[in-house]
Ligand binder design. Structure first.
Ligand code: ADP
Ligand code: MG
Length: 301
């Protein structure tokens, strides 16, 4: 196959591993900087250009689109889809999972466990919003945050009120969420490829930190998950429509709760923690599934 990787940086661990795994299996790989791709949107013959050249000879595309370039990145990916190139993850599925509000609503619709979550717009409604999610302590999340930045634990009613008020005052959209204390600052990353959870790790926040993100100083170790956690991870991946993703789950006293689904999950943490060749597993999945024009949504909503 000729595989394009949409990534802004060839030197990132995950990108390097995908190149390595694909070349080992005899595929040709090219890394494309998604922000340098530009496009001709015509119904007869949609095209993507890069440095004055037409790009039209790829069989499959691996999107590794960072959160800060979601808008442009998914537009480029959609263009590949219109040209019939097989996407490892589809643009619509990526957009769904990037929007924490939309994702939570879809999980709720499918009956998947998630922390009680509220969303409001007007400062007048803050008191009732807090009551709705069970009062303080509670977690406040910026809709656009990643890597733990923009996730705040408000320990008291007063703190919660003033933090939410400040965010709304700045015109920032926030989710207000029940705090799952019994998770103990840890969460479970389930790495999904196709219909399987291929690797799992537990991430533990550093001492005194409720956020488990590795970027916030958390550490990872291997764990075994329960059948219920496995089923929850697969249902969450399926609800987003993602073939490859990292499903983050909190262990609560009422069972597994899905926090988010990451459409470009990093390989470094999970490969190092488990010693597994996840990049190879992803390329194998593409070998079995990549067909011209095989997208579920053809770039639609
Ligand atoms: P981000 O997209 O920035 O990673 P998350 O929603 O994943 O945001 O939250 C970051 C971390 O904060 C999680 O990995 C988890 O450890 C902790 N956390 C998030 N929400 C809750 C919650 N409702 N209860 C307990 N801990 C939480
Ligand atoms: Mg997270």
């Amino acid at each position: 196959m000729r595989i394009a990787i949409l990534s802004r940086n060839k030197k990132l661990y995950s990108t390097k591993r995908m190149i390595e795994a694909a070349e080992q299996r005899g595929h040709e790989v090219q890394v494309l900087d998604v922000l340098r791709c530009y496009m001709n949107i015509t119904s007869l013959k949609p095209e993507i250009h890069l440095n004055g050249q037409v790009i039209d000879n790829f069989d499959a595309v691996i999107p590794r689109i960072g959160a800060s370039v979601t808008f442009y990145g998914t537009a480029v990916l959609r263009q590949f889809e219109m040209m019939g190139v097989y996407p490892l993850n589809e643009s619509v599925a990526i957009s769904r999972s990037r929007d924490k509000l939309r994702a939570s609503q879809l999980f709720a619709r499918k009956g998947i466990g998630l922390p009680v979550t509220g969303f409001a717009n007007k400062p007048d409604d803050i008191k009732d919003l807090i009551k709705m999610v069970g009062g303080a302590p509670l977690v406040i999340k910026l809709l656009s945050g990643t890597q733990g930045i923009g996730v705040v634990l408000a320990e008291t009613q007063k703190a919660a009120e003033s933090v939410i008020e400040s965010f709304l005052g700045l015109k920032a959209s926030v989710l207000v969420q029940e705090f799952i204390k019994e998770a103990g600052g840890a969460d479970i990353r389930c790495f999904v490829v196709g219909e399987k959870v291929v690797a799992t790790m537990m991430r533990q926040g550093k001492e005194g930190e409720f956020r488990s993100n590795i970027h916030r100083g958390g550490s990872a170790k291997v764990i075994t998950i329960t059948p219920e956690e496995r089923a929850t991870a697969l249902r969450a991946a399926n609800t987003m429509g993602l073939n490859v993703c990292g499903v983050d789950i909190l262990r609560s006293s009422r069972g597994p709760l899905v926090m988010e689904v990451n459409s470009s999950p990093g390989l470094e943490g999970i490969e190092n923690a488990t010693g597994k060749d996840i990049a190879g597993t992803i390329i194998e999945f593409m070998e079995k599934n990549a067909r011209h024009g095989k997208t579920r949504t053809k770039g639609g909503r």
